[in-house]
Design a protein around this ligand. Structure first.
Ligand SMILES: NC(=O)c1ccc[n+]([C@@H]2O[C@H](COP(=O)([O-])OP(=O)(O)OC[C@H]3O[C@@H](n4cnc5c(N)ncnc54)[C@H](OP(=O)(O)O)[C@@H]3O)[C@@H](O)[C@H]2O)c1
Length: 242
């Protein structure tokens, strides 16, 4: 029987690209998201099961655990926000929204399927997403930077607590061309300028991030846990302009 992977956010962007790569590798998939039509269409393409719901409704997580079954090999939490703005304009509601969707949702998603992950054949794997704006300061990122910093803290704690049965890693992408980033990328000049800031001078693609996700889910990475993998064209670590 194929090993099952749950993908929150599996109907678009990085989650969908990951689903396609994991299907190629022979995994069975279970997708989660809010838009039933998009989810049903992605599930049809990937031969996947799906659960419809919003990660801000905590009852969703129990339903996902029930729908996904008693043995789950992996969990990909590809849900997130890019809510950028000047610090003085953020309201309490912005911080709470970003924290809930990015960090609390990830924690509850893992918690709800813990027995099924422990029940998997071999080592199970969890992949969460941060951003390069956690380890490096970016202006306008106060709210999402704070929430994604919590994701990195969560992943590290879980990696320690759940070893050796469950591996937990985080991917920190730079700006990646997905529906989530369209607020920034719809401005062509800005997209071009940001692409040039990368030592490998382009924007990320959903496939770039999906490749690392599929690797982290697979047994090829079975001695890797507690890591933050920066997939960013060198942006967060390299200076190429002298
Ligand atoms: N794109 C980037 O530049 C970038 C950079 C750094 C980090 N990341 C992170 O990478 C991960 C994947 O992002 P992406 O760019 O692939 O985004 P995306 O294309 O917008 O996909 C996000 C998916 O999550 C689902 N989703 C969003 N809000 C949800 C909610 N409240 N409840 C349930 N499902 C929800 C969406 O489907 P529905 O709308 O149907 O619910 C969608 O399928 C996120 O954690 C993001 O923060 C992205």
């Amino acid at each position: 029987m194929s090993r099952k992977i749950i993908i929150y956010g599996g109907a678009s962007g990085i989650g969908l690209a990951t689903g396609k790569q994991l299907k190629e590798k022979g995994y069975a998939l279970h997708l989660v998201g809010r838009n039933e039509e998009a989810l049903a269409s992605a599930a049809d393409e990937l031969g996947a099961g799906f659960t419809v719901g919003d990660v801000k409704d905590t009852e969703l997580f129990g339903r996902v655990a029930e729908d996904a079954g008693k043995s789950v090999h992996g969990l990909v939490y590809a849900v997130g926000t890019i809510n950028l703005g000047a610090f003085q304009r953020f309201k309490e509601a912005d911080y709470l929204e970003d924290f809930r969707v990015n960090a609390v949702g990830a924690a509850l998603a893992v918690q709800s399927v813990l027995p099924a992950l422990k029940n998997s054949f071999g080592t199970a794997s969890v992949v969460l997403y941060s951003t390069i704006a956690v380890q490096q300061g970016f202006k306008l990122h106060a709210s999402v930077g704070m929430a994604k910093g919590a994701v990195e803290g969560l992943a590290l704690s879980l990696a320690a607590e759940l070893a050796p049965k469950i591996r937990v890693n985080t991917i920190a992408p730079s700006l990646t061309d997905t529906p989530l980033a369209q607020g920034i990328l719809s401005n062509e000049k800005m997209a071009e300028a940001i692409a040039k800031m990368h030592p490998l001078p382009r924007l990320g693609t959903a496939e770039d991030i999906a490749s690392m996700t599929a690797f982290l889910i697979s047994d090829e990475s079975d001695w890797i846990t507690g890591q933050v993998l920066r997939i960013d064209g060198g942006r967060s670590t390299l200076r190429t302009n002298g």
